[in-house]
Design a protein around this ligand. Structure first.
Ligand code: SF4
Length: 412
């Protein structure tokens, strides 16, 4: 592999802050998160964004990449590439190809300042949902559940910085560099509910920078504020990642207290007002876990009715908390999802799709899902934890796992 194939533009043009304001290489670098957090700082602990971007953590990753090597913290990207799935690194190098070329040619080097070309903000834990697989630092509505589930092991410490985005100094500093921004990724919590983001977008419009900027939201689509119609058309374009984990009851079971009717109404509104809202793409992202291991074929069938919203979701397999991952389920339950997925694969391979690249990614993701469903490993301890979590949430939400997965009755 050529030296430049290890490089990632995001180490030169990216600001990523997680839900607690910690600066990290990007959202895809999650496999060694504990180790990375030890080498990082939160925006609440420093006096400026600039200070964060000068951390040794980033310089060290840059150096490894410039040496033509894979940095451990970026293993999630290199592992995907090995499996033939497009990684975030490859996607970013393609999107920011000018920056990438400057790194390859040496115009940007180890000591170059980080530009604000791509800003990715995970805005604390203000959310209107309490999804089963989310941690309390993504939604404050989960704190009580985790206090009950983890008792002595639970500390509120890791949610203490989740209001970092309320600090006006942060937004002022970001505005001072807004002429550099080409893309802003906003996720929460639920970003459409966070007033500071709307104020920031308003300022970008006033300064005439909006027209150069693509806004990317990761949203649960429970709301479509009126400000969207007012602000979004001033931007270069808007891209939406819609967090939807299944059709109807499946989605309601996981993303409590969502009402499917509301999601359905907003999907139709988005599809209808797509161009007026200046939307370039709206893609469903599904987190596959024990509760929706079988949900993708029905979801694809449902999404097929829309004109502008993509029919094929992007699938990612849940890795944490691992007691809710597919591997927590007994093998014979998992296996029944394989045949419908194989039929879906055939359908995807033979149907028209917006691009060959997206189609090929979907196919690889489904193959990866089939491989996890077929994995012979069954960990009893993991299953016991799955039961404990599931029964807790069922009780506090008046839900019933046996309506979702009836065969589990034989195992509880
Ligand atoms: S190589 Fe991958 S994990 Fe590392 S910074 Fe780039 S996109 Fe993130």
């Amino acid at each position: 592999m050529k030296k430049e194939n290890k490089l990632c533009s995001l180490l030169w043009n990216h600001l990523y802050l997680n839900n607690e304001g910690y600066a990290l290489p990007c959202c895809a670098a999650y496999e060694h998160i504990e180790e990375m957090l030890k080498q990082s700082k939160s925006i609440t602990e420093v006096s400026s964004i600039e200070e964060l971007l000068k951390l040794d953590l980033f310089k060290d990753i840059r150096q490894t990449m410039l040496d033509g090597k894979e940095h451990t913290f970026c293993s999630s990207c290199y592992d995907k590439e090995e499996k033939g799935i497009q990684s975030y690194r490859q996607e970013s190098n393609e999107l920011f190809h000018e920056t990438y070329e400057k790194i390859v040619t040496g115009e940007l080097n180890l000591d170059s300042a980080v530009s604000y070309e791509y800003v990715d903000l995970r805005l604390g834990n203000q959310c209107n949902l309490a999804c089963r697989m989310c941690p309390p630092n993504s939604s404050s509505n989960l704190i009580k559940d985790y206090q009950a589930l983890e008792s002595q092991n639970f500390s509120l410490d890791f949610t203490k910085n989740t209001s970092w985005h309320k600090d006006p100094n942060f937004w002022q500093e970001l505005l001072s560099r807004s002429h550099e921004i080409k893309k802003i990724y906003l996720a929460g919590g639920e970003p459409l509910l966070i007033n500071e983001t709307w104020d920031f977008l308003g300022e970008l419009i006033k300064r005439d920078h909006a027209k150069n900027i693509t806004i990317y939201y990761s949203t649960n689509l429970t709301t479509l504020p009126e400000k969207a119609a007012k602000f979004w058309p001033s931007f270069k374009t808007v891209q939406l990642s819609l967090s939807i984990d299944g059709f109807g009851d499946v989605h309601e079971y996981i993303r409590h207290p969502i009402a499917w009717k509301k999601i359905e109404a907003n999907l139709h509104k988005l599809d209808k007002d797509f161009l007026d809202l200046n939307i370039e793409s709206a893609v469903v992202y599904s987190t596959i876990q024990a509760y929706n291991f079988d949900a993708i074929p029905e979801l694809v069938q449902y999404l097929n009715q829309f004109t502008n919203i993509d029919s094929y979701p992007v699938i990612s397999l849940l890795t944490a908390p691992n007691q809710l991952s597919i591997e927590a389920l007994p093998l014979d339950i998992r296996k029944r999802a394989i045949a419908p997925l194989k039929a879906l694969l055939f359908q995807a391979k033979t149907s028209e799709y917006k691009s060959e690249k997206w189609k090929s990614n979907f196919i690889h993701e489904v193959l990866n899902l089939i491989s996890s469903l077929s994995n012979e490993n069954f960990n009893k301890d993991l299953f016991e934890e799955f039961k404990r979590y599931t029964l807790h949430f069922d009780k506090t939400r008046s839900q019933d796992i046996f309506k979702r997965i009836p065969e589990l009755k034989n195992y509880f």
